[in-house]
Design a protein around this ligand. Structure first.
Ligand code: SF4
Length: 333
């Protein structure tokens, strides 16, 4: 797992807000993504977790260049795509596809399954004869567990799980290298979620895909991810492989998130101590000084309100942005 497929360096995505009706003046900047650095390697699944409004979806959409970043760099398969647009960007987009949260909204109700799955193939300027295209789409349907007999049907004739399978077939149709999965199972029944996650795992092996998997449900992320990045107020506050993150979380925010997950063992569940966070996520238009988590952190120190914590190493490939990991500082306390 060494080939780098997608990389972000100090990525920032700010959105201006305006006030006034006649004379619109810039009011503030929403710092949705604020200095994110991360890597996605070939064949791996990198989970991205955090509560609603922390910037996960904006980060995903900036990485695939649905937005033009305010600052920083993005590399896709070794190519700098940070400032590409038009035809140059479209050329690289074939390497990256997206699966959206809501299979009811993400499929055009006026298009048949054939047209939906064939659309990215046609957009990629792959000129296939009609018969050949039909065979390709039929094969893709079978690959994702749908009978190709339904090729002429419309999205409303399918269940939620089947619609998500159509969306997945469309995403893999042009053999991308990276797929951004944005909450792909959160709109589905729990019984269907595992089937879709297993399908994603199977396709990953078959097509050597790399997934950036965004979800707020940490159990879902644990099931599918090799590594997990925890996001808070536009920043990655902890990054580790899945086992280390669950076995030895370092950042107080990660500890609080994990403490809210019910345990399967009833004896452990009875004694589970939950870390309750007080207050809401601060506004990304006016993030707190110092550590962004200091307004809610049960372990806050003086330094936390003044100094932004850098990333401290907590183990092999394990980093967390918290002053509690600063040995020099802690020996002075
Ligand atoms: Fe809490 Fe301070 Fe660590 Fe931030 S740096 S998470 S406020 S202890």
């Amino acid at each position: 797992m060494t080939e780098l497929m997608l990389a972000a360096r100090d990525l920032k995505m700010y959105f201006p807000t305006y006030k006034g009706v006649l004379f619109r003046k810039q009011d503030s900047l929403i710092q949705a993504v604020n200095g994110v650095t991360l890597d996605l390697f070939k064949g791996e699944t990198l989970g991205l977790v955090g509560e609603s409004g922390c910037g996960k979806t904006t980060l995903g959409r900036t990485l695939i260049r649905l937005y033009s970043p305010t600052d920083g760099h993005i590399e896709l398969c070794g190519q700098d795509i940070t400032r590409l647009d038009g035809a140059a960007l479209r050329k690289h987009r074939s390497n990256i596809q997206m699966i959206f949260q809501d299979p009811y909204a993400s499929l055009d109700p006026r298009m048949t399954v054939f047209d939906i799955i064939a659309e990215p193939i046609r957009a990629c300027e792959k000129v296939l004869a009609r018969k050949e295209l039909e065979k390709t789409v039929a094969d893709l349907m079978e690959t994702v567990g749908l009978s190709s007999r339904y090729i002429r049907k419309y999205p409303h004739e399918f269940s939620g799980g089947q619609r998500q399978r159509i969306a997945i077939a469309r995403a893999v149709a042009i053999r991308p290298k990276v797929i951004l999965c944005d909450e792909p199972v959160s709109a589905l029944d729990v019984s269907i979620q595992a089937q879709i996650l297993n399908l994603l795992k199977d396709l990953q092996k078959e097509f050597h895909l790399s997934y950036l998997f965004i979800a707020h449900d940490i159990s879902v992320v644990r099931y599918i991810s090799d590594r997990i990045a925890v996001m808070y107020l536009g920043k990655i506050v902890e990054l580790a492989n899945t086992e280390d993150l669950f076995g030895s979380p370092q950042h107080p925010y990660t500890k609080a998130l994990l403490s809210a997950v019910p345990l399967a063992d009833p004896r452990k569940e009875r004694v589970r101590e939950q870390i309750l966070l007080h207050g809401d996520l601060p506004s990304p238009a006016h993030p707190p000084s110092g550590c962004p988590f200091h307004t809610r952190c049960p372990w806050k120190m003086d330094v936390c309100t003044r100094v932004v914590p850098p990333n401290f190493k907590a183990g092999e490939g394990h980093h967390a942005a918290c002053h509690l990991l600063d040995e020099k500082l802690m020996t002075k306390q």
